[in-house]
Ligand binder design. Structure first.
Ligand code: B16
Ligand code: MG
Length: 227
């Protein structure tokens, strides 16, 4: 039988964290801005947008390049700079509570639980566990990917494939939800259906585009993907 004739059952939903479950961009912004100021680099909210879904070290490289300081630091120095930013960032994360969960997400997670659909978290943030704990959401996730164990970051599919393996489901039985272009690419490369949270322009490769997490529902997913 041809693959396109197969109707897969929906067995798992794999969510990105930042921009899907919560919004840490404002905290990243404050912490990166502080570091950029110390380094004499201009940093604003427009530039901060470019760092969404980008790993910590890659974000630092982009900031240094933006400030014409691409080759000004050794790898060791860059690691210290990234660690300095992370310390500030974690201080800011301490203020997070379940009030910081994005609209619609608690109800959606509960709906998935009730329907026995597995849930995983595919975030490249090395602070993912810490954030999930602050949001009081630990009990919802069957698996939280450990970014330290993922060699190739998004747009490579590795983190989504790892989640499917850990949940013991086929990629075709999963739906991934992302807010970053590289994240949507990673989901598609993993052979999963992708829901993009954002504008049509940013999310054009997603199979379903929603402008807010508040619109997420199991019925909509089942109708859209015929699963
Ligand atoms: P950390 P996601 C990403 O999370 C953020 O969008 C991005 O801005 C951040 O630089 C990256 O995590 C790394 O975060 O410094 O905590 O390891 O969207 O993949 O959930
Ligand atoms: Mg994200």
């Amino acid at each position: 039988m041809q693959d396109w004739m197969v109707i897969y059952m929906l067995k798992a939903i794999i969510l990105d964290l930042d921009g899907v479950v919560t919004d840490t961009a404002k905290f990243h912004y404050i912490a990166w801005k502080q570091l950029a100021q110390e380094l004499g680099i201009e940093f604003d909210e427009v530039f901060n947008e470019r760092l969404k879904g980008v790993s910590r070290m890659d974000s630092l490289d982009l900031i240094l390049e933006h400030g014409d300081k691409k080759h000004a630091y050794t790898l060791e120095e860059k690691m210290i700079l990234a660690e300095t930013k992370n310390r500030e960032y974690r201080k800011l994360l301490n203020s997070m509570t379940s009030m910081d969960i994005l609209p619609g997400i608690p109800g959606f997670l509960m709906e998935l639980r009730t329907a026995s659909i597995k849930i995983a978290l595919a975030s490249i943030s090395k602070n993912a566990d810490y954030i999930v704990k602050h949001l009081n959401l630990e009990d919802y996730f069957d698996y939280i990917a450990n970014a330290n164990e993922i060699k190739r970051t998004k747009p490579f599919p590795d983190i989504f494939i790892k989640c499917a393996e850990k949940l013991v489901v086929r990629p075709e039985e999963c739906i991934g939800i992302e807010d970053a272009k590289a994240g949507v690419q990673a989901i598609k490369a993993a052979n999963m259906k992708a829901i993009g949270i954002g504008t049509v322009d940013q999310m054009k490769n997603a199979d379903l585009i929603l402008d807010s997490t508040v619109l997420l529902s199991l019925d909509l997913i089942k109708d859209t993907f015929n699963m």
